[in-house]
Design a protein around this ligand. Sequence first.
Ligand SMILES: *Cc1c(COP(=O)(O)O)cnc(C)c1O
Length: 343
Amino acid sequence: MITFYPGPSKVYPQVADYAVDAIREGIVSLNHRSAGFMDVVKEAVQLLHDKLSIPADYHIAFVSSATECWEIVAQSLTRAASLHPYSGAFGKKWAEYAYRIKPPTELNQADVLCLVQNETSNGTQVTMETMAQFRREFTSIDGSALIAVDAVSSMAGIAFDWTLADVWFASVQKCFGLPAGLAVLVYSPAALKRAQEIGENAHYNSLLFIHENFAKFQTPYTPNGLGIYLLMRVLQQVPPIAEVDVTTRNRAKAWYQFFEQDMAGSPFHLLVNNTAERSDTVIAVEGSESAIKAVKASAQQAGITLGNGYGDWKNTTFRIANFPAITDVDIETLKRFLLSFQQ
Ligand SMILES: *Cc1c(COP(=O)(O)O)cnc(C)c1O
């Protein structure tokens, strides 16, 4: 079975061996305040800096999920209110979670701008050029304003200009090619300063408390040690993000060309018309409800899992993950299947 589901998604096959190592070597039984465990956390953090080119002065912590990060931004980093210009289901969900913690007030009082860099639900992305524009415009209104970015389905798949935002986060079951249950939270010195000014300390996952613990390569609660170990091993294996970025973008370009040219006469077309908005990591394909249903069922029979549509596009799209753990052979197999389905 090969899967193109955009999360949980294909894990690197080597993860099976890494998981065996973690158990055989007793990593999962280590006390999380022991030197052995702290070394794993330290190495994983260092590898994130190195492989993803995260600036040295940006901090990194591990939490459980991207959803938890949504709440951390609201509880620990938002003074009055956050602003959520969204274009899909995940952005909408984030706004709903945030507003339960910090109800929306006047737009001009917003002190955190919350962006979903890659909207997994409909295959759109915010380019680094647009992010730079947000940075200029938002900080010109309030010099201390923060930008927080949900990069769940793009971090470790494409390269970012990290300085364009103060908070970036991703859970690992998308582009990292790992099982779910762990998220990477990256935050700038300005974000830490904001957390200190707010001084929010009421939760087990208050950013200040997390930060204090991570300064010692520890966590406030017993962490997902297996997940952190697997992340460390996968990061040792993957090429630097600049290389991954080239592969991801080339494959995305080929996917878009495939649907525009090779699949031109098929019942399917790309969901996103504006080429500048098309995601590099999630390709959304639209068709009639019956055609979508048929292609998903037929793919399943051929041993290929397509991603279901999501939210408003649940029954009229399928999605193709373009994540690094997916191989050229997987991609060729799916392309051949789609071409044969056409006839
Ligand atoms: C998958 C996804 C999430 C949710 O991640 P969890 O790990 O389930 O919290 C959030 N945002 C985006 C853009 C996603 O793709």
